[in-house]
Design a protein. Structure first.
Length: 404
C-alpha cells in the first residue's frame, strides 16, 4: 500500500511538472497591431516560478513571481485563465502569444525600435495617479535613458534618438495632429539620469509654453476580464512655471539658440506675503532649516509648511539623480493630498477623491498648493542675482540655506 501511494505521488508530481513546463519559454504577442486601443506586452518569458513582460515601445521589463495550477495563471494579484494550443498560448481568452514570431512581431523586435533601456524610479509610499484606464493609451513617448549601443544617456522621441533642440517641433506636431486642447507630456526617465539633463528637458517645454508634464514612476501589468493584459502607468502631474522676460539663465547657460523675450507676465506670487519654506536637494540629500534631514523629518516639515500656508520653494542641484528629485516632489504632493483628504473627511465626510468638482474646489482653496518645484540651484542664484527677488518674492540667498 505504501509503495502504491509513493508511485501515485511521484506520478502526480511528474504530471504537475510537465503541466508547468509546457508553459515555459519565450512567447511573442501576435495581435499588437490589431490592438491599438491598448498597450499590451509584446514579449513574455515564463520560467519555473516567474513571468516577465517586455514593453512594445522601449526596453522595459516587468517581472513577477508566478504560479500555474492547471489552467490558472496567477501573478501580481491576478488570476487568469491560460491555455496552450499547439505553439500558441492564450491568456484570458484575449491575449494570444506564439513561440514562432510572425512578421509584425519581428518588425517590432528590431533593435532600432528598442533604443533605450529604462530603469524607472519605482518610489514607494508616495502619492501617484493611475493611468490609463482600460480603454486608453499614450499617444507619444518622451524617454530619457541609457542607449543600448554605447551606454550613454540620450533623449528618445518615439522610436528615434533626438537632441533636446528637436523636442519643441516634436511636441508641436503631436499637439497639432491630435488636436489636444490641454497638451501633456508623459516623461519616462531612467532613475539614474542627472538633473543637468532634466533641466534642459524642462526648458524645451517652457520654450513653447507646453507646461503640463507627467512624471512616470512605474509601469505595471494589469488585467481585465474583457480585455486581458494591459499596461498601467503610475505618475505624478506637475505644471512648469512659464518663462519670464527677466529670466535669461537658460540663454546664458544651456547653450541653446537665443530666444526672443516672452511677453511680460506678472508673477502670480507678486502680492504674496506668506512665509517661505525652503527645501534643497543637493548631492541626493535634502536640506531644510540649515541642516540635513532624513525622509521622516522631511515629511513632517512639509506638512507643517502646508498647514502654516507657507510658500514652498524646492530647489535641486544638477548632479543629483532624477530618482532623488522625483522622490522629493512626490513626497510633497503626497503631503498636500493627505491634508486635503483629512479636510474633505471633516468637511464633507468623504475622501478627497470622492468629492464633486465644486467640493474639490472648496478644499483646494482651503489648502492651496503653493509649491515652486522646477528651479535648479544655479537657476535660482541667477534670478536673485539679476533681480534681487525671486518671482516677485523676497527670498534668502543660497548660501544662507545650507549649514554653516
Amino acid at each position: 500500500m505504501k509503495n502504491l501511494l509513493l508511485v501515485l505521488f511521484c506520478l502526480s508530481f511528474i504530471i504537475s511538472c510537465n503541466t508547468k513546463e509546457k508553459y515555459q519559454g519565450t512567447w511573442y504577442d501576435t495581435i499588437y497591431y490589431q490592438n491599438e486601443a491598448q498597450e499590451v506586452p509584446i514579449k513574455m518569458v515564463i520560467t519555473k516560478d516567474s513571468i516577465h513582460f517586455e514593453h512594445p515601445n522601449f526596453r522595459f521589463w516587468e517581472s513577477f513571481a508566478m504560479h500555474i495550477e492547471k489552467n490558472q495563471l496567477s501573478f501580481n494579484q491576478s488570476n487568469l485563465k491560460v491555455e496552450k494550443v499547439k505553439d500558441s498560448l492564450i491568456i484570458n481568452n484575449y491575449n494570444i502569444f506564439s513561440k514562432n514570431p510572425i512578421e509584425n512581431v519581428s518588425k517590432i523586435l528590431k533593435e532600432d525600435n528598442l533604443n533605450l533601456e529604462l530603469n524607472l524610479p519605482k518610489i514607494q509610499n508616495a502619492y501617484f495617479k493611475k493611468y490609463p484606464n482600460d480603454n486608453h493609451r499614450l499617444i507619444y513617448y518622451i524617454l530619457f535613458g541609457k542607449r543600448l549601443d554605447n551606454d550613454t544617456y540620450s533623449l528618445q522621441l518615439n522610436n528615434n534618438y533626438a537632441d533636446f533642440e528637436d523636442l519643441p517641433i516634436f511636441l508641436s506636431e503631436h499637439h497639432r495632429d491630435y488636436h489636444s486642447p490641454y497638451p501633456n507630456s508623459f516623461l519616462l526617465i531612467d532613475k539614474n539620469s542627472k538633473m543637468n539633463d532634466l533641466e534642459k528637458l524642462f526648458y524645451m517645454h517652457q520654450k513653447i509654453n507646453q507646461l503640463k508634464v507627467s512624471f512616470i514612476n512605474n509601469i505595471s501589468i494589469k488585467s481585465n476580464d474583457s480585455i486581458g493584459l494591459y499596461y498601467e502607468y503610475q505618475l505624478i502631474d506637475k505644471k512648469l512655471f512659464p518663462l519670464t522676460d527677466k529670466d535669461n539663465y537658460s540663454n546664458k547657460t544651456l547653450n541653446f539658440p537665443l530666444l526672443p523675450p516672452p511677453p511680460p507676465m506678472m508673477s502670480t506670487l507678486e502680492n504674496e506675503n506668506s512665509n517661505i519654506s525652503y527645501y534643497i536637494l543637493n548631492d541626493n540629500i535634502i536640506y531644510a532649516e540649515n541642516k540635513k534631514i532624513n525622509h521622516n523629518e522631511f515629511e513632517k516639515l512639509v506638512e507643517r509648511s502646508i498647514l502654516n500656508d507657507d510658500i514652498i520653494i524646492s530647489l535641486y542641484d544638477l548632479e543629483s539623480s532624477y530618482e532623488s528629485f522625483l522622490k522629493m516632489i512626490a513626497t510633497m504632493d503626497a503631503a498636500y493630498q493627505k491634508l486635503r483628504n483629512k479636510r474633505a473627511l471633516i468637511k464633507f465626510n468623504k475622501p478627497f477623491n470622492d468629492l464633486n468638482n465644486e467640493e474639490i474646489g472648496e478644499i483646494k482653496m482651503e489648502i492651496q498648493m503653493k509649491h515652486i518645484w522646477d528651479y535648479s540651484i544655479p537657476h535660482y542664484k541667477s534670478i536673485i542675482e539679476n533681480n534681487n527677488s525671486f518671482l516677485g518674492l523676497k527670498v534668502k540667498s543660497m548660501d544662507s540655506l545650507f549649514p554653516k
